[in-house]
Design a protein around this ligand. Structure first.
Ligand SMILES: *[C@@H]1O[C@H](CO)[C@@H](O)[C@H](O)[C@H]1NC(C)=O
Ligand SMILES: [Cu+2]
Length: 573
C-alpha cells in the first residue's frame, strides 16, 4: 500500500519534471544589455533548429507563461552571408489540443511556421513559404533557403507566420534577429570599426495578448503577475537595460522592432543619432541625422549614435524613450523607456570621436535599383487600400479580407516595374514579403522618410497615402502582403499578389480572371483548350462562392460553434 503511494508520488514528480516549463529569467531594470546568442554560418552553411516551446518568463515585476524559440527571449540571432545556404528546422514542441478552429480570427495557437522578415528570398517551399508549410503540435518542418548571391547585407528578423496564431506566437516571445553580414571591404573603415549591437525590441501588449489567447482557445499563455505598463518592451529579453559606452564613442545599433501592435517613436536623449539603414537596407545619404526614429511593428533601423558624458567627467545617462503618437486617430505608439545609454569613462580620443564620414553602399543589386525615374510597366500600377478607403478602419486589404491562398489581389509578370498606391498607412503598417519597395514621395514631410528610401514595412502617421515601387526581379510565386499589426493580419488583413503572371492585373479578387492566374498563366500552354479553361474557371467560381457562403455562415455562428466544429482539420485548407 505504502509502496504504491510512493511509486505514484514518484511518477508524479517524474511527470512534472518531464513537462516542466523552462524558466527564463528577466534581468531587472538597470542590468547590462544582454547579447543574444549568435549562430553564424561556416563554409557557406548555417544548419540550425528553432524549437518552439513553452517558457515561463520570470522577473521581479513580471511572471508570464508564453511561447519562445529555443527557450530564450529573443531566440538566437542567425548570421549568414549572401550566397549561403540556411537550413532551418522548425520543431514544434507544443502539445495538443489544437485549440479553436476559425478563419479570420485567432485560432490554432499551437500550429506554427516561420517567416524571414525582409529577406529577398524565394517565397516557395522549402524556403519562405508561409502559406502551405506548417508544423502542428509535436511536428517539425524543414526549411532550406538559398540566400541569394545578390542579397544586400543588413538587419532582418525571423518570426512565426501561421495565419491565426501569428499574434500569439510572434507577439508574445517567438522572434529572433537575422543578419546578413557585410562582406569584407563593403563598409567604410570608419563604419567597419564600430562596435555593433543587435537590439531586439519585443513589446508585450499584455491585455491584448490575453484577449487574443481567449479567442484562440489557448491554454498556454498566462499572466501570473504583471506590475508593468499595459505595453512593456523587453530589449534583448531585459527590462530597461543599460548599454554602457564611452563618451564621444560612435556605436552602431541594429534596432529590430519585433513588436506586433504598436509602433515605436524613439528619441535618444542628448545623443547624436544618424540613420544608416532602414529595414535592413542602407540609405543613400548616410549620415542622415534624425531627431527621432520611427519603427513600425516589424520595422528595423540601423543607427549610429554618440553620447556625451557629464561635464565634470562622470557618467551621464541618456534614456531611449518612445512617446505616444504625435497625432490622434492613427496607429498607437508605445510610450515609455526602452533602454538607457550610459556614457561613462574617459572621453574617447581617436578615429571614432571624429564626425561621421558620408558613406553609401558601393553596389546595389538589381532588386534595389533606383526606380524613381523608371517607367512603370503598363497595367502594373494598382491601389492597395489598408482598411476601409474612407475611414481607414477595418481589417481589409483593398476592400477584402483573407479568403484563401489562391485568390490573388494583384498580379505582375517577372521583371516588371510595379507601382502600388497605398492608402491607410497612417493606421496600418504595410508589410510586403520577398520584395522590399522604394518610396516615391514623402507626403508626411518627416526627415525620417525621404523619397527614394527603401522599406519592407511602412507606417507614417503623418500621411495616410504613399506611392511605392518595386521591380519583380529574381523570384516568382505568391507575394504575401499584410498589415503588421498582427492581430489585424490574423483577423484577415492579409492578401497575396502573384508574381510570374502573363501580365499585370489589379483587383483580381472575385473575378474569374484569378482562376486563370492560379493555373500559372494559360496563354503559354497551347495544349489547354479554351473550353477546358472556361469550364475550370466556372467550377472554380462556383467552388469559391460555396466556400464563401460556408465561411460567412461559420463566422456568423460565433464562438459557440467552435465546440461543435472541434479541433483538427483546417477549414482554410
Ligand atoms: C498547446 O501547448 C501547450 C504546451 O504544450 C499545452 O499546455 C496546451 O494545452 C496546448 N493547446 C492549447 C490549445 O493551448
Ligand atoms: Cu492593420
Amino acid at each position: 500500500m505504502r509502496r504504491a503511494i510512493i511509486v505514484t508520488a514518484l511518477l508524479q514528480v517524474m511527470d512534472a519534471v518531464a513537462t516542466a516549463v523552462h524558466t527564463v529569467q528577466v534581468p531587472q531594470t538597470g542590468s547590462p544589455l544582454p547579447r543574444p546568442r549568435e549562430l553564424r554560418s561556416t563554409d557557406g552553411l548555417l544548419d540550425v533548429v528553432f524549437s518552439l516551446g513553452a517558457v515561463h518568463l520570470q522577473g521581479s515585476t513580471i511572471d508570464i507563461t508564453t511561447r519562445a524559440f529555443n527557450g530564450t527571449l529573443p531566440g538566437p540571432t542567425l548570421a549568414v552571408r549572401a550566397g549561403d545556404r540556411l537550413r532551418l528546422r522548425i520543431m514544434n514542441e507544443l502539445d495538443g489540443p489544437k485549440g479553436h478552429n476559425a478563419f479570420n480570427k485567432e485560432h490554432h495557437p499551437n500550429t506554427t511556421n516561420i517567416h524571414l522578415h525582409g529577406l529577398h528570398v524565394s517565397p516557395n517551399a522549402p524556403a519562405d513559404d508561409v502559406l502551405d508549410m506548417k508544423a502542428g503540435p509535436q511536428e517539425s518542418s524543414q526549411h532550406v533557403y538559398e540566400i541569394f548571391e545578390g542579397q544586400a547585407p543588413g538587419t532582418f528578423w525571423a518570426h512565426p507566420h501561421h495565419h491565426g496564431s501569428v499574434m500569439l506566437q510572434a507577439g508574445a516571445g517567438a522572434a529572433a534577429a537575422l543578419l546578413v553580414l557585410d562582406p569584407p571591404g563593403f563598409l567604410s573603415p570608419q563604419l567597419q570599426a564600430l562596435d555593433d549591437r543587435v537590439l531586439v525590441l519585443q513589446s508585450l501588449p499584455i491585455g491584448k495578448l490575453q484577449q487574443v489567447a481567449k479567442t484562440a482557445g489557448d491554454e498556454l499563455f498566462n499572466v501570473q503577475k504583471w506590475d508593468e505598463d499595459s505595453e512593456t518592451v523587453l530589449v534583448n529579453g531585459a527590462l530597461r537595460p543599460v548599454l554602457t559606452v564611452k563618451p564621444g564613442e560612435w556605436q552602431r545599433l541594429r534596432l529590430v522592432m519585433a513588436g506586433v501592435a504598436s509602433w515605436a517613436h524613439l528619441s535618444f536623449g542628448d545623443c547624436e543619432t544618424a540613420l544608416l539603414a532602414k529595414d535592413g537596407i542602407y540609405i543613400a545619404d548616410f549620415p542622415r541625422f534624425v531627431p527621432r526614429v520611427f519603427l513600425p511593428p516589424g520595422g528595423r533601423a540601423d543607427v549610429v549614435v554618440r553620447c556625451p558624458g557629464a561635464a565634470g567627467g562622470g557618467a551621464l545617462e541618456h534614456k531611449v524613450v518612445s512617446d505616444s503618437s504625435p497625432i490622434a486617430g492613427v496607429a498607437k505608439a508605445v510610450s515609455g523607456t526602452f533602454f538607457t545609454i550610459r556614457a561613462e569613462g574617459d572621453a574617447l580620443q581617436g578615429l571614432t570621436s571624429e564626425g561621421l564620414h558620408p558613406w553609401a553602399p558601393p553596389t546595389r543589386p538589381a532588386y534595389l535599383q533606383d526606380l524613381k525615374s523608371a517607367t512603370v510597366t503598363p497595367g502594373c500600377a494598382c491601389a492597395t487600400a489598408m482598411g476601409d478607403p474612407v475611414t481607414g478602419k477595418g481589417k481589409l486589404m483593398e476592400g477584402h479580407s483573407w479568403s484563401d491562398d489562391y485568390s490573388y489581389m494583384h498580379s505582375s509578370p517577372r521583371d516588371a516595374v510595379v507601382e502600388r498606391r497605398l492608402h491607410g498607412v497612417d493606421r496600418h503598417p504595410y508589410h510586403q514579403h520577398t520584395y522590399p519597395f522604394q518610396l516615391m514621395s514623402n507626403a508626411g514631410g518627416s526627415p525620417y522618410f525621404k523619397s527614394g528610401d527603401w522599406h519592407d514595412t511602412y507606417l507614417d502617421v503623418f500621411s495616410t497615402k504613399a506611392v511605392m515601387r518595386y521591380q519583380t526581379k529574381d523570384f516568382s510565386g505568391p507575394l504575401v502582403v499584410h498589415c503588421h499589426d498582427l492581430s489585424h493580419s490574423d483577423g484577415g488583413q492579409i492578401a497575396v499578389e502573384w508574381v510570374g503572371a502573363e501580365s499585370c492585373g489589379c483587383d483580381l479578387i472575385g473575378e474569374t480572371q484569378h482562376a486563370e492566374v492560379e493555373l500559372g498563366g494559360t496563354q503559354g500552354e497551347a495544349l489547354r483548350t479554351v473550353a477546358a479553361t472556361l469550364c475550370l474557371a466556372m467550377l472554380f467560381t462556383l467552388a469559391c462562392a460555396f466556400v464563401r457562403v460556408a465561411r460567412s455562415f461559420r463566422d456568423q455562428a460565433g464562438d459557440d460553434a467552435y465546440a461543435v466544429m472541434g479541433d483538427g482539420t483546417d477549414v482554410s485548407a
